[in-house]
Design a protein around this ligand. Structure first.
Ligand SMILES: [Zn+2]
Length: 423
């Protein structure tokens, strides 16, 4: 981020003081050219907001404007629900800046938190008003504190659903050094009935909104991905988390890891690179959503030297296109979640651009980022522009249902009825 942008963001913050919760707020009428309501596009609509919620939305002339309401014209823009990022790591920064191993092993916690605070701000400025952050990767429960700082208006950011340290089976995760050494890991190990029950409960007690487990990892022969937890262990994690009201997300990219996680009752599967038509059918039957994290693979392959648009497409990317299409064909609910942190925070829209590039319509991609993720993440108070839902709204220049790249042209962000960005 350039100093110029930082200065202007600070100026926005100083002028409008937008990050402290404002209790009594005037009503606001928003008049964009178009409204995407979370499902479909409407032209010549307007939206009324009061006390942090949407109070009316409909064709111009049919909606009551409260007297004295502030009117914000968003000429040329499309208004849509604030985006819901399904898979972020605020405590990570792009791997072409610092490798994952070095971030986990060598970066001071305070440094990581300082970066995460900046990342949370960039995320909100990009129109993401809710993010599910899936693991701190060695930064303990820093996500719980950052969630609190955002909720208390100390620092700007999206509403966060956090998962703390996340859970891996012994021996599977990294960083790995010489076998004589035990290095600090990017997640917490747990195995077998008693240990797994204790760790799931402990992470919940320390503030996890979601429990994240790694159903497979690259610990197979020659570093290939292979299942980690047994079917029984995964079922147990889901049962224990569920009794406290917490859902489970599973990292899985092998068909067997995905199958076990699906049968165990997780709500989302992260990555799914090796998914087969059979396992995608099983996911669709059980209503388990896939967060494909297309942007992470795209970024990592480029960090490894692939010159996108110049070199032929590597097999890893071609295979990812095929598996994503197989998931769509099977009717798997798709979660918008890019694994942002592997690439720059605030660049969340990159995942949606790739979803379109890999075969989804722009309208369907927008659904995943709004009403779709609200449904997948069990957030029934947001994700659509209808009365009584939270006034988390974003406006972008252009029409993202035709050109998904328009999401990069953010000119207005509102969170809970408070204007964060207005240009
Ligand atoms: Zn991730």
């Amino acid at each position: 981020m350039s100093p110029h942008i930082v200065t202007s963001l600070l100026a926005i913050s100083a002028l409008a003081s937008p990050f402290r919760p404002i209790v009594a707020q005037e009503s606001t009428v928003l008049i964009p050219d178009r409204v995407f309501d979370g499902t479909e596009l409407h032209t010549r609509w307007e939206v009324v907001v009061a006390d942090g919620t949407i109070t009316a939305a409909g064709p111009r002339g049919t909606v009551d404007r409260p007297s004295g309401a502030r009117v914000i014209e968003l000429t040329g823009a499309t208004l849509l629900p604030g985006l819901i990022e399904g898979h972020s790591h605020l405590l990570l920064h792009p791997y072409d800046e610092t490798s994952w191993n070095d971030q986990v092993l060598s970066e001071p916690l305070a440094l990581r938190v300082a970066r995460a605070v900046v990342a949370a701000r960039a995320t909100l400025m990009a129109g993401v008003t809710t993010a599910r952050d899936l693991g701190t990767e060695g930064a303990g429960y820093a996500d719980v504190g950052i969630r609190q700082a955002i909720d208390e208006g100390i620092t700007p950011g999206p509403r966060l659903l956090v998962s703390g340290r996340a859970i891996v089976s012994t021996g599977s995760y990294g960083p790995k050094g010489a076998p004589e050494w035990s290095l600090p890991l990017g997640a917490e190990e747990a195995d077998g009935r008693d240990d797994l029950v204790r760790v799931v409960r402990d992470q919940i007690g320390r503030g996890a909104d979601w429990v994240k487990v790694y159903a497979d990892y690259r610990w197979g022969p020659d570093g290939t991905a292979a299942p980690t937890f047994t079917q029984e262990e995964l079922r147990l994690a889901v049962e224990v988390a569920g009794s406290s009201g917490r859902p489970v997300a599973a990292h899985a990219s092998t068909p067997e890891g995905m199958r076990r996680a699906t049968l165990a009752g997780v709500l989302t599967i992260e990555h799914g690179d090796g998914g087969t038509p059979e396992v995608f059918r099983l996911m669709a039957d059980r209503g388990v959503a896939l967060c494909p994290t297309l942007a992470a693979g795209d970024a990592i392959t480029q960090y490894a030297g692939w010159r996108k648009g110049i070199d032929p497409e590597p097999e890893r990317i071609a295979a990812k296109r095929r598996s994503f299409r197989a998931a769509l064909a099977a009717g798997v609910p798709i979660c918008f979640g890019g694994d942002v942190g592997v690439y720059a925070h605030g660049d969340n829209g990159r995942e949606l651009e790739l979803m379109v590039e890999y075969g989804m319509t722009p309208n369907d991609a927008l659904v995943t980022a709004t009403s779709g993720n609200a449904r997948v993440l069990r957030l029934d108070d947001r994700g659509r522009i209808v009365p009584r839902l939270l006034a988390d709204l974003v406006a972008v220049d252009g029409d993202p249902t035709r050109n998904i790249g328009a999401l990069r042209n953010v000119r207005f962000v509102m969170k809970g009825g408070v204007v964060i960005v207005e240009q």
